[in-house]
Design a protein around this ligand. Sequence first.
Ligand SMILES: Nc1ncnc2c1ncn2[C@@H]1O[C@H](COP(=O)(O)OP(=O)(O)OP(=O)(O)O)[C@@H](O)[C@H]1O
Ligand SMILES: [Mg+2]
Length: 303
Amino acid sequence: MPIASVVSASGGAGKTTLALLLGYYVATHAGDPRSVLLVDLDPTAGLSLRAFGDEGYVELCRKRKSLYHLDLDWTQGVAVDVDKYAERPGSAAPAISNVAILPPGEDESGDMASRVDDWFRYGDRERLLRLLKESHALEKYKYVIVDTAPFFDVRYSIAAIAASNVVLIPLRPTVTDLVRTKRMVEKLKKAGITNKPILFIFNYDKDKFRQATATLVKLGFYVYKHGGTAQVQKRLMALIEDLGRYGQFAKAVLPHIKQLSDSEFPANKIPEGDLYTCPAMAEIFRHLAPDKTPDCPAHYEEE
Ligand SMILES: Nc1ncnc2c1ncn2[C@@H]1O[C@H](COP(=O)(O)OP(=O)(O)OP(=O)(O)O)[C@@H](O)[C@H]1O
Ligand SMILES: [Mg+2]
């Protein structure tokens, strides 16, 4: 039973986009959509807001459909069932309409962050895993994907990784992000929880630099092209090699595509985006379920 956590050293690295895309990929190409559970372990509810919208999320909290409420009930000795607390977005997010989502949740007396405070006050890092087991999530779902808050609050990463058997780390191919990611992985190792396989995935906009350079040159700026670039390249290569000691890099990068923006995905299906994102998702899927053959649209061609 693959449980994947998605963590990153920097905010905005693409965790939520990756979690949603992976849910979409598994539902579309690799199995039954009803076999996927997305857990939103970010108290700011990035994933749930994208899937249900602001009002939809508020309504779910009011109906006590969240991980927060599941945790509260279980703490009070109530027998819990994941399907009472998770929701499928339906028409609110057509690309993943049948994928179950467990939102973080909140009410007037607390939220997911206050639960996580409690978990760690009592040294209970395995709490998420226990909640998934106790609520039968691991029997009812074949794939569980846990999205997290950025690493500056290490507890969300720790709780998610402790529950998972594969760790997915999206990052930008920049010196800053590589250094931050290395520091994060070393801290996680010190915390004693990185005996899990790690897969790094570059979230990369190959046109951004080219376009920016072309624009600047067009406007008459002098763009320094030599020396500095080679130095940065050398540094990047050394950092990638260094980070490679802690995990594997996915060969396919997650490309930057407009259809993955907050407003378009998962509200719309992404036929064109699917073409470009599928190789990375299929590679990730191979790490989750090595015995299954991943599948992408036949007309995908390497550039
Ligand atoms: N490959 C991509 N193509 C297009 N847009 C992207 C891509 N990756 C991320 N984005 C956009 O960048 C923004 C940040 O991405 P996302 O929310 O997935 O990051 P995050 O790591 O979950 O952020 P946070 O740390 O705040 O939770 C979003 O607006 C998202 O739509
Ligand atoms: Mg996010």
